[in-house]
Design a protein around this ligand. Structure first.
Ligand code: FMN
Length: 201
């Protein structure tokens, strides 16, 4: 099948988020100017540069995470592993501003080292970030869309050594949870390796 996006898909549910998957989940923790803490999952999330290390997430509208991050210009991205998937999902609740999703989901907030935002104490890894950019991406006509894209530079990295094997982050231990389409999620159960080819002309 093929459809022009503007004509609609004609399927029972929108297939696009299933096609662009699996998506990593950035579990974004932040603090407001007045000191309230916030936690929410974002699967429009990725790393976009290594040196400096930049990561981004996109909020479909001005939600609490973006509002807090605009105020303090810092956030942390916590790793969601399989044992935390139910708690992660709880933190997606549409709670009023100022209500801590850490408390709602029964999670502990630990201090970050270099930024004021909290981190999820139970997470196997956390990236501490300083905001570099918050903007509305534009559509093909150059008009700003409703989504807000937050980019941050990673300034500190927490890794629980429990997920290391011979100094490498071991996915079979970290068991990262990813977002698929519909109501589906996945964890990594198998990995394989490939090496990039050298051009030999
Ligand atoms: C796995 C998962 C991924 C999500 N990804 C996004 C996303 O990428 N962008 C977004 O705007 N909302 C996303 N949501 C919904 C937000 O988590 C939800 O709207 C939440 O209430 C926002 O919290 P906040 O207002 O505290 O920032 C996701 C929810 C779940 C469960």
């Amino acid at each position: 099948m093929f459809y022009k996006f503007e004509d609609g898909h004609g399927l029972p549910h929108d297939p696009l988020k299933a096609i662009v998957s699996p998506r990593p989940i950035g579990w974004i923790s932040s603090r407001s100017a007045e000191g309230k803490i916030n936690l929410a999952p974002y699967s429009f999330f990725n790393m976009i540069s290594t040196k400096p290390c930049l990561i981004m997430f996109s909020s479909e509208g001005r939600k609490d995470s973006v509002t807090f991050i605009e105020e303090t210009r810092e956030f942390a991205a916590n790793l969601v592993s399989a044992n935390l998937s139910v708690a992660m999902n709880k933190t997606s609740v549409n709670a009023p501003r100022g209500v801590s999703e850490f408390d709602y989901a029964g999670l502990n907030a630990a201090d970050c080292r270099l930024i004021g935002a909290p981190r999820v104490a139970e997470a196997f890894a956390t990236l501490e970030c300083v905001v570099t950019d918050i903007r509305h991406p534009v559509d093909r006509h150059g008009n700003p869309v409703q989504a807000l894209m937050v980019t941050g530079e990673v300034v500190g990295v927490h890794i629980d050594e429990a997920i290391l094997t011979n100094g490498l982050v071991d996915m079979t231990k970290a068991q990262p949870v990813s977002r698929l389409g519909y109501m589906d999620f996945a964890t990594v159960s198998e990995t394989f390796q490939m090496f990039r080819p050298k051009w030999e002309g």
